[in-house]
Design a binder for this molecule. Structure first.
Ligand code: GLU
Length: 445
């Protein structure tokens, strides 16, 4: 059986790391098995869904390098839900209900007050034609509920192991609103069924939905897909992510110059026993992907860990993979020598700007005080004429000999004068790039 999975965001907000993790799991699962990845916009909540959010989600996925094999939008598929609705009605599995939200709330309160589970009492199911006609004459419009079979629902979850729901613990879910629009519970099942989804990988907040949807797949005559529910990610503070965005949004990460490879590797490994080392391509991650490797507890998203991985990723990246982003920083024409010299010492791509100034522009002079004469002498020892690639080696040994300095005393003032910083890329790589004139000027102060 060929694998087909879907990522089904609701375009009602920006994508954050938690949604991205679910997308990544689905995408890697598909790519691992040579299957297909469907991107589906769950936009039946028309009041909250926007085109702008949809476009933002597409841009985020593209930025992460997750291509899709197929695209669907629920609002384009409204017509497709009718046949399923008719079938459920004909089979007596869909029944009209007339309670207002306030009436439902009251019922819940009474049940809770009696210590009962707040499960819908199926009042709508027992209404006769006359009662219905009377309610409609009052101007009430029905919403429609799916009649759950009173049997236990069980499935072997790829994330949680065996899951079991006893009958009677779930309310019959509303599938169709008063305005006639299908709700997610229904549209998702019809889409998954019609589009041939084999595995549904999603957050564990959907476990109860799954119990209902398993019955719905069956009632509609579809094969029930396999399910994997993944623990929801927490923030570093141990609280849920969904209501907070800010630096957790992919757009912000993208704009801050975070490496997509770092985000991908970090989220692909978070919650597994394996830590990324920054060298992983998405093909590597796909090859090694194992949905069974994720633990059962909620992993924490630690921005500091992502930042550290971001630096490691940069340390591995070849020039051609960063060239376009360097271009956006105004560094589109840098040489391979420059990139190889600096990549091991930057944490975010924009750090390249500083080292570009060190090599090819101006930096603020550093106060040097007592090292002045030493640096002057060092400048005078810089060789004339064209410099060989290894100019630094000969020069520094001459400076060492002439000054009698060694270790930190020798290297630190030189590094500071030449680069304006205490640490950074190897001077042997930077010196030939900055050239004689620039080096002289900085050493002479
Ligand atoms: N649109 C739903 C959500 O964002 C999809 C859930 C699912 O994967 O079925 O929660």
């Amino acid at each position: 059986m060929s694998v087909k999975v879907r990522f089904a965001p609701s375009p009602t907000g920006e994508m954050h790391v938690g949604n991205a993790r679910v997308a990544i799991m689905n995408w890697l699962f598909a790519r691992h098995s040579g299957g297909q990845f469907l991107l589906r916009m769950d936009d039946t909540d028309e009041a909250r869904s926007t085109k702008a959010y949809e476009e933002g989600i597409m841009a985020d996925l593209e930025w992460l390098g997750m291509d899709h094999d197929e695209f669907a939008r629920q609002s384009d598929r409204y017509g497709r839900y009718d046949a399923g609705v008719e079938k459920l009605k004909a089979d007596g599995r869909l029944y009209a209900c007339y309670e207002t939200p306030e009436e439902l709330e009251l019922k819940r309160k009474i049940q809770l007050g009696k210590g009962q589970a707040p499960v819908y009492d199926r009042a709508g199911f027992t209404l006769g034609d006359e009662e219905r006609a009377k309610l409609e004459a009052e101007g009430r419009k029905p919403h429609w509920r799916f009649k759950l079979n009173d049997v236990a629902v069980e499935w072997d979850d790829l994330g949680r192991g065996s899951v079991h729901f006893e009958p009677g613990h779930l309310s019959d879910p509303v599938l169709i609103r008063e305005d006639g629009r299908p709700l997610y519970t229904l549209s998702s099942v019809i889409d998954d069924g019609e589009l041939g989804i084999t595995h549904v990988i999603r957050g564990e907040d959907h476990v109860a939905n799954t119990a209902v949807q398993v019955q719905l797949f069956e009632a509609l005559g579809f094969a029930v897909p396999a399910f994997a529910h993944t623990p929801l990610m927490m923030g570093a503070d141990g609280k849920g992510l969904s209501k907070r965005l800010g630096s957790l949004s992919l757009r912000e990460m993208r704009e801050a110059g975070t490496e997509p490879r770092a985000v991908m590797a970090y989220l692909a490994k978070l919650g597994t026993p394996h830590a990324p080392d920054g060298s992983e391509t998405s093909a590597d991650l796909a090859r090694d992907f194992d949905i069974g490797a994720f633990g059962r507890s909620s992993p924490r998203y630690e921005p500091t860990e992502l930042a550290a991985l971001n630096a490691k990723v940069l340390h591995h990246l070849p020039l051609d993979e960063v060239q376009s982003r360097l271009g956006r920083l105004g560094l589109g024409t840098v040489s391979e020598e420059f990139w190889l010299a600096i990549r091991g010492n930057i944490e975010v791509i924009s750090d390249a700007l500083y080292w570009h100034d060190v090599c090819f522009g101006d930096i603020a002079p550093v106060a040097d005080g007592e090292d002045r004469p030493f640096l002057n002498d060092a400048a005078d020892l810089l060789p004339e004429g064209d410099w060989p690639q290894d100019v630094y080696k000969d020069w520094i040994s001459k400076v060492k000999e002439a000054s009698g300095r060694k270790g930190k005393q020798l290297f630190l003032p030189i590094r500071k004068a030449l680069t304006g910083r205490d640490n950074g890329p190897e001077l042997k790589d930077l010196l030939p790039l900055m050239g004689r004139e620039r080096a002289t000027e900085r050493l002479k102060g």
